[in-house]
Design a protein around this ligand. Structure first.
Ligand SMILES: C[S@@+](CC[C@H](N)C(=O)[O-])C[C@H]1O[C@@H](n2cnc3c(N)ncnc32)[C@H](O)[C@@H]1O
Length: 341
């Protein structure tokens, strides 16, 4: 048990007057932090270690939502907009305001435009009906296009089929001690191909702050594994000035959710997707993780840390010399590339 948890284990219900320091202890306790998640009863996060005496880093704090760092702001209310589809069924066609750019992106990238029903183009990403409802459709599992969803600024209901990430995580997760790669994550329930698992949350920071943190880190690449650039909509020609220049980044090293403990695999079972709700918040878009195949309960969840990043083998540096400074990959998959970075 973690020291801080052990200290206040018997004083959970006590007030500060009864047990001075209890408030601070609770706020630093990982168990109290995950118990405070609104999804705790239905989809709890658990932490187990059957391998050694390690505990989660004491300077780590669980977050349910990302927090905005200094100099980072969400859009003003007057810039916000949502769709006006009064009928949830309508949020699958190209005329839904939330999906209009998805249609354009689909035309650009070739993945997305779909069936035409009664002359109306269906552009939704998720299965809408039947036992697959809510699952990302197979043809998009390889897509690099962002996912556009309806949100609380829309006229459709909370049950709208195009609000999968918006409704949040629907699977319990367990952070567990692995044999070779520190902490990892698994689920005590089966996860279906195309199912949304969770978002990567953390502190959203400016590019300047991100660079400062990299410079401060002993090994920049080691810091990089906790940082996600929110660059999906970066465009020098964008009329939205927040989308020009270097993007904001999410740092999950010291504040994040359970996905911060997901390890890398060269043959992963999850993939990350950029997801946006209100289009005014593209600069702080979500990083959403979906299963790319059926995952039986208990199997470790993994994603490819360097997916889509071109690694040049012939960069002029002696490969053997380079390997001495690289981190060995223990993913064990048959296509393992051997090194993390
Ligand atoms: C984002 S963290 C994942 C959680 C981490 N295992 C922990 O205990 O906090 C990334 C770090 O986990 C380790 N790791 C993740 N995947 C790995 C792999 N396939 N092989 C070796 N180490 C891995 C590396 O130390 C890496 O810097």
């Amino acid at each position: 048990m973690e020291n801080v948890t052990r200290r206040h284990f018997f004083y959970h219900g006590n007030t500060e007057e009864q047990t001075p320091g209890v408030t601070e202890e609770k706020s630093n306790c990982h168990w109290c932090q995950i118990r405070a998640f609104p999804t705790h009863q239905q989809y709890p996060i658990t932490i187990v270690n059957d391998e050694d005496d390690a505990t989660l880093p004491s300077n780590f704090r669980f977050l349910y939502h990302s927090v905005l760092g200094e100099g980072v702001e969400a859009a003003e209310h007057s810039f916000r907009s949502g769709c006006d589809c009064a009928d949830d069924e309508d949020c699958q066609y190209g005329h839904c305001l939330c999906l209009q750019e998805q249609e354009e992106a689909a035309e650009d990238g070739g993945a997305g435009l779909d069936d035409v029903e009664g002359g109306r183009k269906k552009v939704y990403r998720y299965h809408m009906h039947g036992h697959k409802a809510g699952l990302l459709r197979s043809k998009f599992l390889d897509s690099r296009q962002p996912i556009y969803e309806c949100h609380d600024g829309c006229a459709c209901s909370e049950a709208c089929p195009n609000r999968v990430v918006d409704r949040g995580r629907k699977v319990p997760l367990q952070i567990f001690r692995t044999q070779k790669t520190g902490w990892g994550v698994r689920s005590p329930v089966d996860i279906k191909k195309g199912q949304f698992v969770d978002k990567y949350v953390g502190e959203i920071i400016t590019p300047r702050e991100a660079q400062r943190r990299r410079d401060e880190a002993e090994v920049a690449a080691r810091k990089d594994v906790y940082m996600f650039a929110l660059d999906k909509f970066t465009d020098e020609a964008s009329p939205d000035t927040r989308l020009r220049g270097d993007p904001l980044e999410v740092d999950g090293e010291f504040m994040s959710g359970p996905t911060r403990f997901i390890n890398h695999s060269c043959g992963p079972n999850l993939r990350t997707f950029a997801r946006v709700g209100d289009h005014a918040d593209k600069h702080i878009h979500d990083i959403a993780m979906f299963a790319i195949r059926d995952i039986p309960r208990g199997e470790e969840l993994t994603f490819d840390y360097v997916s889509g990043v071109h690694q040049d083998e012939d960069d002029g540096v002696d490969q053997e010399e380079k390997k001495q400074h690289m981190t060995k990959c223990f993913c064990g998959s048959k296509n393992c590339r051997g090194y993390l970075w």
